[in-house]
Design a protein around this ligand. Structure first.
Ligand code: SF4
Length: 297
């Protein structure tokens, strides 16, 4: 008998439409992984964000680790990450611990992300590289996707990460140009496009570049299409589009629930303009089934 249950939504938003089912696993796999993560002093986005896709991803051997602590130096209006406490210095044991956790969880594909660390001279790029190298050394067959901040557009920081040879480089544009200034913190739409382009150029397309956006923030359908075109022009070949769900009443308000057919329409449009891998559906998140999307793992 499944131990999953549909948890009652305590979030501040209109009633969920029938195509959105927020299931939070309360089963054994969740407990087991939570134990490993706690034991090794790590954070996963999957459990700390109570991701609705947690069971599905873990079952498929994918998990997303959040490195460099839980305190962000920015404060995006859609994001529930803590920004009120001073961030702690990087943990030198973190790279080995992530590799150890990936081994214990028998992962086939690891996504590594972080809060934004504008307080660190390298923006945390060195820690990203150390984590990638530790996983490569311990688990040479495991795919590694990095979902990074913009590193304030510093090419050296970006190079540090790319030189460690992740399988995929991911940086989210998050929303359309018109809304980016109001919703994102310090990050800009054009800077994100430049970071994606730099990543593509630095590896001459050898490392696939991925990006994603949320919808339901107040964008128009046409603006979504313009964003997809901008991403393609910036060298992005892997795309995610998902429904924004506000984490609380004080976050950016929900403008609309987008119907599944619209997500399919955008997916078709994206493929038509040259994206190679597209995940576009209400419950898609940036690292949703990331390994499967890229390499069928
Ligand atoms: S930079 Fe990233 S982690 Fe920090 S507040 Fe913005 S979205 Fe959240």
């Amino acid at each position: 008998m499944t131990k999953e249950k549909v948890c009652k939504s305590k979030l501040h938003r209109p009633k969920l439409p029938p195509w959105i089912r927020v299931k939070v696993s309360c089963g054994e796999s969740r407990k087991e992984v939570a134990g490993i993560v706690k034991d090794l002093n790590l954070n996963t986005v999957c459990s700390s964000a109570k991701c609705p896709n947690l069971n599905e991803c873990w079952h498929r051997g994918t998990a997303t680790f959040m490195i460099l602590g839980e305190q962000c130096t920015r404060n995006c209006k859609f994001c529930a990450v803590n920004h009120k406490v001073k961030p702690v210095p990087p943990d030198p044991e973190e790279p080995e611990h992530v590799a150890e956790a990936a081994a214990r969880m028998n992962l086939k594909y690891v996504v590594v992300t972080s809060v934004t660390r504008d307080d660190l001279p390298d923006g945390g790029a060195g820690q990203f590289a150390a984590v990638i190298k530790a996983i490569h050394a311990r688990l040479p067959d495991v795919g590694i996707e990095v979902l990074t901040p913009d590193f304030n557009e510093d090419p050296e920081d970006l190079r540090t990460v790319l030189n460690a040879e992740p399988s995929v480089f991911n940086h989210n544009v998050e929303t359309v140009r018109r809304l980016a200034g109001d919703i994102r913190s310090k990050a800009t739409y054009d800077r994100s496009l430049r970071v994606l382009r730099m990543a593509y150029d630095m590896t001459e397309g050898r490392i696939p570049v991925k990006s994603g956006l949320m919808v339901g923030l107040g964008e128009t359908d046409e603006e979504v299409k313009e964003t997809l075109q901008d991403l393609r022009k910036s060298g992005v070949t892997i795309l995610t589009i998902g429904q924004y769900l506000p984490p609380s009443k004080s976050h950016w308000p929900l403008a609309r629930y987008v119907e599944p057919e619209k997500f399919e329409e955008w997916a078709d449009f994206a493929r038509d303009i040259g994206f190679e891998f597209v995940a576009s559906a209400p419950m898609v998140r940036s690292s949703y089934n990331a390994g499967e999307l890229i390499c069928g793992k």
